[in-house]
Design a protein around this ligand. Structure first.
Ligand SMILES: *[C@@H]1O[C@H](CO)[C@@H](O)[C@H](O)[C@H]1NC(C)=O
Length: 546
């Protein structure tokens, strides 16, 4: 088979790496069998096929080396049997496809419609939370989560027992990401077109008035499911095989059409809603266009401990020197300079402008300094001794003055982040300047202050503990892409931090202090990294703000 020829190349490395602990696969695509263990490949790494996949056994000749096909479409025939392709993988055609005396399996959905067309709220009784669009905003691939806001969905029966569910935020429908039929496919909203990925079956459960919501792409077999059976605000919703579990059942309540006030509630950053397991999402397309309420970028020069140097200061639209602003220092990567981040190439500014204009981010000051007069790792000295006094002496932040005490007192209004070598700067600032910075955003780069995943994690933990800060007095939002060259370097440190005190892993900073966002398929490039900032920055500056 075509797949096998590439497989044998992959297998060359497997024997030597078998001692590592592997995760369970999300899907059931077996690519290799060794003894009793079945292996798959996901995210470029080996994973163990979970036992739940075993029910495919003996339904076709090809199992377990390959899955059995769901359908009966034969693509190719070999000596062993007949083959199909599903989800891009070869699969064996089930024996049952060739038996004419057996009745064809009934689809799980019927023809009658279960609920009338109209507006509904959709509540999961276990968590007492509603199915909702993240941040109450329309857009392609905006995530769907649970939360306490009773958002409304417009249900329309479209035939064959399926419905579409339109959001109250414009022409977007509930949608299975990439129309994937697999367990774990994310549930999102997407521009309405009513295709298979946007059709769902409302299936009554054995328990009277609750329903499961099956996706058409899985023939109704996979249903909307709250990840990790979490009940907290902002928990992700994805698709998982139907078990009528507590995290899969929903109550539909018929409601009036949403009012203008419900669709566009008055914006306020104080009612910020965290998500517990934030997923990567792009900034909406129009956030890349220049914004009618644009901030200003001012180039500044100063004399620092490493000599004369420059930096850029972003002042938000309507900056008022009589108000106080949060401040985010954002460092460039290797071979770049203080102008890179606000250059046309990276074009971060419209994302920030639009976030602020739409009330998703409180107006803040962003400073792009450079480590080019020293090194990424030693910049923290210039930061403490030269950059902060210069910038915060001139612009209005929460620092009452630039005295050491006032800079410390305002640390929860100060963030530091950076990309690549700038991420190394960020970890160094964390290790050496935690007394003056409360929020950290390392992007695509690991901690260079120590060696090995454990050592790197420990050096961060030690710095925090040494300084005596509690779990709710620092926040770290790290991110990278799954195809980023930094990904394999970051993972061991991130894995150790997830297990280590004082880190508490979640993107809900009202409950924890550390998160690691991995963007599927993204490489080492500002063109992606600016979207990580879009994802992460709105979570900053809500905790310990008094
Ligand atoms: C939903 O809850 C069940 C337990 O009731 C759990 O086994 C399952 O993993 C949960 N779904 C996901 C995707 O985490």
């Amino acid at each position: 088979m075509k797949y096998l020829s590439t497989l044998s190349l992959l297998l060359a490395g497997l024997g030597t790496t078998l001692v590592r602990a592997y995760d369970e696969c999300k899907a059931c695509n077996v690519v290799y069998v060794e003894g009793d263990e079945k292996w798959g490949v996901e995210n470029n790494d080996w994973c163990i096929i979970p036992s739940k996949c075993d029910n495919g056994e003996k339904e076709c000749f090809a199992y377990p080396l390959y899955n059995c096909c769901k359908g009966c479409d034969v693509i190719e025939e070999s000596d062993e049997g007949k083959w199909g392709i599903e989800n891009g993988y070869w699969c064996g055609i089930k024996d049952s496809c060739f038996k004419t005396d057996e009745p064809v399996e009934e689809p799980v959905v019927g023809n009658d419609y279960v609920l009338k067309d109209g507006w509904y709220t959709i509540k999961n009784p276990n968590s007492n939370k509603y199915l909702q669009v993240s941040y109450g905003r329309g857009g392609d691939a905006v995530n769907v989560v649970i939360g306490s806001n009773p958002q409304k969905w417009k249900l329309e029966n479209v035939g064959d027992g399926y419905v579409t569910l339109l959001t109250m935020y414009g022409d977007y429908m509930l949608d299975v990401a990439a129309g994937d039929s697999k367990d774990g496919a994310n549930i999102q909203i997407y521009s309405a077109y009513g295709g298979d990925a946007q059709q769902f079956a409302i299936i009554p459960t054995s328990n009277g008035n609750t329903y499961v919501i099956g996706s058409k792409v899985s023939n109704g077999e996979k249903v909307l499911d709250i990840e990790k059976a979490s009940t907290s605000e902002g928990s992700n919703v994805l698709q998982w095989v139907n078990g009528e579990k507590a995290n899969q059942t929903w109550i539909f309540e018929s409601v009036s059409a949403p009012s203008e006030e419900e669709v566009n509630p008055p914006k306020s950053s104080s009612n910020f809603q965290y998500e517990a397991y934030m997923q990567y999402r792009d900034a909406p397309g129009n956030y890349l266009n220049s914004c009618p309420q644009a901030g200003r970028i001012i180039k500044e020069s100063y004399n620092g401990i490493n000599g004369g140097n420059s930096l850029n200061v972003y002042l938000p639209y309507g900056y008022d020197k009589n108000k106080q602003y949060n401040i985010f220092y954002l460092m460039h990567g290797g071979g770049e300079n203080e102008n890179t981040i606000f250059s046309r190439d990276v074009n971060l500014q419209p994302i920030i402008d639009n976030l602020i204009m739409n009330g998703e981010l409180e107006p803040l000051i962003i400073v792009t300094p450079t480590f080019n007069k020293c090194e990424a790792r030693t910049f923290y000295r210039e930061f403490r001794e030269s950059v902060i006094p210069f910038v915060e002496g001139k612009y209005s932040t929460y620092a009452k003055s630039t005295s050491a005490n006032d800079i410390k007192a305002s640390r929860m209004h100060r963030a530091f982040g950076g990309f690549s070598m700038g991420s190394a700067s960020t970890w160094a600032v964390l290790v050496n300047c935690i007394d003056i910075v409360g929020y950290f955003m390392p992007l695509s780069g690991d901690n260079w202050e120590a060696d090995g995943g454990y050592g790197k994690a420990k050096s961060v933990a030690d710095a925090i503990n040494r300084a005596g800060f509690k779990k709710d007095e620092f926040y770290i939002f790290a991110a990278t892409g799954s195809e980023d060259i930094a990904y394999p370097n970051m993972n061991p440190q991130m894995d150790e931090m997830k297990k280590m005190d004082p880190f508490v892993y979640t993107s809900d900073f009202s409950k924890g202090n550390f998160y690691y966002l991995v963007a599927p398929g993204k490489t080492h490039w500002w063109g992606y990294v600016k979207h990580y900032i879009y994802d992460a920055l709105p979570s900053f500056f809500h905790e310990k703000q008094d």
